[in-house]
Design a protein around this ligand. Sequence first.
Ligand SMILES: *Cc1c(COP(=O)(O)O)cnc(C)c1O
Length: 224
Amino acid sequence: MGKAISKVSLDSLRKYPDPACDILIKALAAYHNQDSSKVFVGVGSDDVLAMSFLTFFNSERPVLFPDITYSFYDVWADLFRIPHEQMPLDEDFKIKASDYEKPCGGIVIPNPNAPTGVAEPVEFFEKIVAAHPECVVIIDEAYVDFGSQSCIGLTDKYDNVLVVRTFSKSRAMAGNRIGYAIGSPELIKYLSDCKFSFNSYTMDTITLAAGVASVEDDDYFKEK
Ligand SMILES: *Cc1c(COP(=O)(O)O)cnc(C)c1O
């Protein structure tokens, strides 16, 4: 990654970065065996998540997420005036699937949940996703690389699930600010439309190069 950064020429910083972040999207698509049309990148997963709230949570029904979870969800919901409801965990700090059966305006759940660290298997999320074809279910996989099952496979089967990832934890690149989402081409298109209406040039040239180098050096990533 250091090499990739030092190879970026100062001259290249005179120009705007690629707003489509093409090289990083291609690297991530290849890494996850997905089509590029299913990948969206943003400035950290906080950016991707906030953009997703803005893009997908427009219903009058409440968006559901756990009570004890990542502390930014209710901040964005309040900021964007999205009705929301937090569902309490059970006595073992687990998420109760039955809480997420009711009609709603969307769902967001980290897997593993943060800060509890409790993870659920893919089938747990598949039931929730399948029960809600009318809304978007976001699965925040910030800590998935530390040993839980990924739900990226669900994006091949369901067009209403968005899996959000970050380079900040398992890749130890929080300073670069790289996050991404994998979902159906429709969801990715809506997210991109929202991003391009907001600020097209979010990821800088140096970060794009560092991100590609990290994704391509998988031996190093797996060894650490
Ligand atoms: C750290 C974290 C994020 C944000 O990560 P960035 O990519 O650094 O913005 C999002 N969700 C959860 C659950 C996190 O722990």
